[in-house]
Design a protein. Structure first.
Length: 106
């Protein structure tokens, strides 16, 4: 299937009790289930979808958030503010009922 890529797996919490071979096989098969591609991809589809959701959420604005008109994405990290976990709040995003059960971020 092409050139293999070395992979290092970190199991954070194992509810199922998979062996290392089971984790590798599941990861391999999940690389073949991406909705955007008819061929295998290099990362498992749930990881790809999580990345797409996180990337797409950058454009969402909440009523009380700061909105910047000029986004600087040139990689210059000097002007970025640093935040601690105490500064981060979780906000519930209410979706339209038409898309609440859809994978709208794909």
């Amino acid at each position: 299937m092409g050139t293999s890529r070395p992979t290092l797996y970190h199991v954070l919490h194992d509810d199922i009790g998979f062996s290392s071979d089971d984790v590798q096989q599941l990861t391999y098969w999940l690389c073949h289930t991406d909705m955007r591609c008819t061929k295998s991809v290099s990362i498992p589809s749930p990881v790809h979808y999580a990345h797409l959701a996180a990337y797409g959420s950058r454009s969402l604005n909440f009523d009380d958030d700061r909105v910047t008109d000029n986004v600087d994405d040139d990689g210059d990290d000097e002007q970025l503010e640093s935040y601690s976990l105490d500064d981060i709040t979780t906000k519930l995003m209410v979706l339209d009922p038409k898309v609440v059960n859809d994978m709208w971020f794909i």
